[in-house]
Design a protein around this ligand. Sequence first.
Ligand SMILES: CC(C)(COP(=O)(O)OP(=O)(O)OC[C@H]1O[C@@H](n2cnc3c(N)ncnc32)[C@H](O)[C@@H]1OP(=O)(O)O)[C@@H](O)C(=O)NCCC(=O)NCCS
Length: 93
Amino acid sequence: MHTISYSDHKAEIGYGIEKGEEGKGYVSESLQLVVAEMKRLGFNKVVINCDRNNVRSIQVAERNGFQREGLLLQDCIEYGRFRDSVIFGKILR
Ligand SMILES: CC(C)(COP(=O)(O)OP(=O)(O)OC[C@H]1O[C@@H](n2cnc3c(N)ncnc32)[C@H](O)[C@@H]1OP(=O)(O)O)[C@@H](O)C(=O)NCCC(=O)NCCS
């Protein structure tokens, strides 16, 4: 969890796993556990922000029931280049 806004009852989740452990469902399982804990703590919304070209990351959000909310053009700089971001959200309450 990062970019937590207590006033908005909202936070972002980021994920990553070692190459050798990809494709086993571990990230999805972990994501579900963190989302359940956020719900228990009273958060209203979870956000996932993915590079628009990061297919595996986008699939994690989709696989776990997040809704695609939009595309942010040139949202941030990564590796010295502007990056477009796909925003996914899930309402918990
Ligand atoms: C993005 C990333 C975290 C995705 O990891 P992942 O292992 O593909 O994600 P999941 O845990 O959802 O695993 C899904 C895969 O496991 C398989 N799987 C096996 N058992 C499963 C289960 N019980 N539940 C869900 N998926 C399962 C799925 O079929 C799927 O396989 P596929 O990719 O061959 O279609 C990983 O690629 C990564 O660390 N990338 C580098 C860092 C990064 O880009 N992070 C995102 C920044 S926004």
